[in-house]
Design a protein around this ligand. Structure first.
Ligand code: BGC
Length: 530
């Protein structure tokens, strides 16, 4: 999940911060990218493994039998709660553990939280790769989920330490201004920077697709290798968390001021860090003044941002994207592809996902959020209806699609994935991160993350069963949601491109035809909110 975007107004105004790109900053960047890659890898890996015969024969013999029985209904071959739990349990565990992880992070700092995340990841990978029964498989996935919950805190780690440096990697340094918590994004590239985090996730999914393709020919333990390779980024995360120091922000938050200053000098590679030190002090002070963020969030004046943050996440999942990301190999086998072809098709959708996310990085601050979302609604609607239509006409209970028709389905799936990847995928995260005011920002974003994990769990647990019951109709089900989300964007989602975060309330919410009625109370709320 991408980092939350913070204000770019600090006590020193728009001043450029001093500092070199030290090895420490590079390690931070790598570690945080590793968090995104791991999350993506876990999204992409389960579908391929689920479609492998060796895996099914060992853990889900019922599904294996069904898959190889000629008379079995195409749409129901994989309908099995245990099989779906193998994918979904990770997200439920991540949801529950985020609450604990956030407390651990506040109390014990980011470094320890990161170490905990890597230990959970590593143990989870061992359970999965060495699994002898379903319980070991599920426990492994749950531990990976707990790792994801803890690693979410690590994202804050990178964003606080190195977003400005990240930008300078991209030769944008001259445009980067100082901010509270050096978690900054110049307004005209705020979207692009934020989407870089989503790019990590899509690359992780793509790597998983490739791994699945290559290991599927290794019998009978290729799937163990696929699950075990998640140990590579987990080990990187573990080693990184050993060598890295605690963040200055985390030390200063916990009132260890001298230590914080010393670490800041070390990581910036210079002695004159006073400006940044003051920024962090100021930001921590402001954060401390935010009392009861969750109560603030429940106030009427927070309704617009809260509704939008949650809706973006629910809608993102109900586009049906994870039916593809989780279950593409299974889906492609359902329409009649053999093992290899279905895994290769998943590789193709994976690369389309990555490249289209790059399109979003380039276009989001030029074309705006609403344009991308609406264009995607059109494209996703057409492709979902077309996939549903093709299957309705051509895929009966026991036949296979003709090869040419099956290839068309893959093309339609790619068109669907591309539109998701330049719109609802990244923007589902970007918009909740840029709409909340300071008093509710962290709490509001936490709500968005939780909603995402909850609905990702729902789709992962339900999709194969829904396909069995609704058959080709499942694609019309998603299409209906896409109509609803298009209307939502048209009527209820204001444009936030190029609006400084601190001016969102005046320039966006108070001027919106519908949401402005909730803003009248803002003045009243303000007295006791901050
Ligand atoms: C979503 C994930 C999805 C991924 C696909 C993310 O924005 O939150 O659920 O699997 O995009 O790239």
């Amino acid at each position: 999940m991408p980092a939350i975007v913070m204000s770019n107004a600090g006590p020193n105004g728009a001043k450029k911060l001093e500092g070199k790109i030290t090895i420490y900053v590079v390690i931070c960047g790598v570690i945080a990218a590793t968090g995104g890659l791991m999350f993506g890898y876990d999204i992409g890996i389960s579908g391929g493994v689920t479609s492998m015969d060796d895996f099914l024969e060992e853990f889900f013999p019922v599904v294996y039998e069904r898959k190889h029985k000629a008379k079995e209904d195409n749409y129901c071959k994989y309908d099995n709660q245990g099989l779906q739990l193998f994918t979904s349990s990770l997200y439920l565990a991540a949801l529950v553990s985020s609450f604990v992880a956030s407390k651990v992070c506040t109390k014990h700092g980011r470094r320890l939280t990161m170490q905990a995340a890597s230990v959970f990841f590593l143990v989870g990978v061992i359970f999965n790769a060495a699994a002898r029964n379903i319980v070991m498989l599920i426990v492994g996935r749950i531990l990976l989920g707990v790792g994801v919950g803890f690693a979410n805190q690590v994202r804050k780690y990178r964003s606080r330490l190195s977003l400005s440096r990240y930008a300078s990697f991209l030769k944008l340094h001259s445009t980067v201004h100082s901010s509270s918590l050096s978690e900054i994004a110049p307004v005209h590239i705020r979207g692009a920077l934020n989407i870089l985090f989503q790019l990590d996730v899509t690359i992780g999914i793509f790597v998983a697709n490739i791994v699945n393709y290559f290991v599927s020919s290794i019998h009978p333990w290729g799937w163990r290798l696929a699950l075990g390779l998640a140990g590579v980024p987990a080990t990187m995360l573990c080693l990184g968390s050993m060598v890295i120091a605690e963040t200055p922000t985390s030390l200063i938050e916990r009132e260890q001021l001298m230590e914080g200053l010393a670490v800041l000098k070390k990581i910036r590679g210079i002695d004159n860090v006073n400006a940044e030190y003051e920024e962090i002090l100021h930001a921590c002070e402001m954060a401390r003044q935010v009392k009861q963020p969750f109560r603030n969030l429940m106030k009427r004046s927070s309704r617009p941002q809260l509704v939008i943050a949650i809706a973006m996440q629910v809608f993102q999942q109900f586009t049906g994207i994870n039916a593809i990301m989780f279950y593409a190999p299974v889906l492609f086998q359902t329409i009649g592809f053999k093992n290899d072809a279905s895994l290769l098709s998943a590789v193709i959708t994976g690369i389309v996902n990555v490249l289209s996310t790059v399109v979003s990085v380039v276009l989001v601050d030029k074309l705006g959020r609403r344009f991308l979302l609406l264009e995607a609604c059109g494209q996703m609607l057409i492709t979902q209806v077309a996939i549903g239509g093709v299957l309705l006409v051509n895929l009966k209970s026991t036949n296979e699609l003709e090869h040419g028709v099956a290839v068309w389905v893959v093309v339609l799936v790619c068109l669907f994935v591309s539109s998701f990847a330049w719109s609802w995928g990244p923007l589902g995260w970007l918009i909740p991160s840029e709409t909340f005011p300071l008093a509710t920002r962290t709490a509001g974003y936490a709500f968005a993350v939780s909603s995402n994990l909850l609905f990702t769990f729902v789709i992962a647990q339900a999709f194969l069963s829904m396909m069995c019951h609704l058959r080709a109709g499942i694609f019309f089900f998603f299409a209906a949601w896409i109509v609803v989300m298009g209307l939502f964007v048209i009527f209820l989602l204001p444009e936030t491109k190029n609006v400084p975060i601190d001016e969102m309330s005046e320039r966006v919410w108070k001027r919106h035809w519908f949401w402005k009625r909730f803003m009248d109370e803002e003045a009243l709320d303000k007295k006791d909110s901050v």
